[in-house]
Design a binder for this molecule. Structure first.
Ligand code: ZN
Length: 228
């Protein structure tokens, strides 16, 4: 599959997973020239490779289709976070609902560690598409690979399109669980010590055996691989 088709497929998967409804979400993928990003205001079901826009890391774009209005956040992530290979931004219902409270989601559940830290931060409010929003997003992303955007939605990145989409799905699920828990009462959060244990353990989360070589943790030893 070409890189442009992979971006289109991720856009379609965002709809399939319920992360996105309508045209508000956007997806990008780092490549040699900068990055590919979904075009502005195009219905995903009708998207063709011609609707995926090549941008450079100086804010230039190629072709007749305008890049997503949120291109700046994507560009800044690729510029400032070398580990970012793919970025997903959505206005998914629960993450967006929580973002309207303008507060961080604490460690009410250990899976919050998927963000790379002990909370899901919410970036300060700024208008969509502005450099100011991007600056606030980068601050909320320090040491993290996902954040909420106040009164707006969420954004996350990963080392592949599939991983970025999967992280987006997890973040949306966490926000849904947080909303449900808050309806029942005041969630009891995991303490810093437990979350540092969890974050240590997450170093092995989703890894294959070769990636675990040299990994040592007295509390969380990975299972022992036997010879077949
Ligand atoms: Zn947006």
């Amino acid at each position: 599959m070409s890189d442009k088709n992979a971006v289109i497929q991720t856009c379609l998967d965002m709809n399939e997973t319920g992360l996105n409804i309508g045209k508000s979400g956007n997806v990008s993928f780092r490549n040699n020239g900068g990055f590919l990003i979904s075009g502005s205001g195009i219905c995903y079901a009708d998207m063709t490779p011609g609707d995926i826009v090549q941008m450079d890391l100086d804010g230039g774009y190629f072709g007749d289709v305008l890049p997503s209005s949120e291109w700046r956040m994507h560009l800044d992530l690729y510029s400032k976070r070398p580990e970012a290979q793919a970025v997903v931004h959505v206005h998914s219902p629960y993450a967006t609902a929580v973002s309207c409270l303008r507060k961080d989601v604490p460690a009410f559940h250990y899976m919050i560690g998927l963000t790379g830290g002990a909370s899901l931060r919410c970036a300060k409010y700024a208008s969509f598409g502005t450099a100011e929003l991007s600056i606030e997003m980068l601050k909320a992303m320090e040491g993290r690979n996902a954040c909420l955007l106040a009164n707006h939605g969420m954004i996350c990145f990963a080392t592949s399109l599939d991983a970025a989409l999967a992280l987006g799905v997890e973040i949306e699920m966490l926000c849904k669980q947080y909303v449900l828990a808050c309806q029942l009462g005041k969630p009891i959060n995991l303490d810093d010590n437990e979350m540092s244990n969890i974050l240590e353990r997450f170093k092995t989360y989703g890894k294959n055996s070769s990636e675990l070589e040299g990994y040592e943790s007295p509390a969380f030893l990975p299972p022992v691989r036997r010879d077949l």
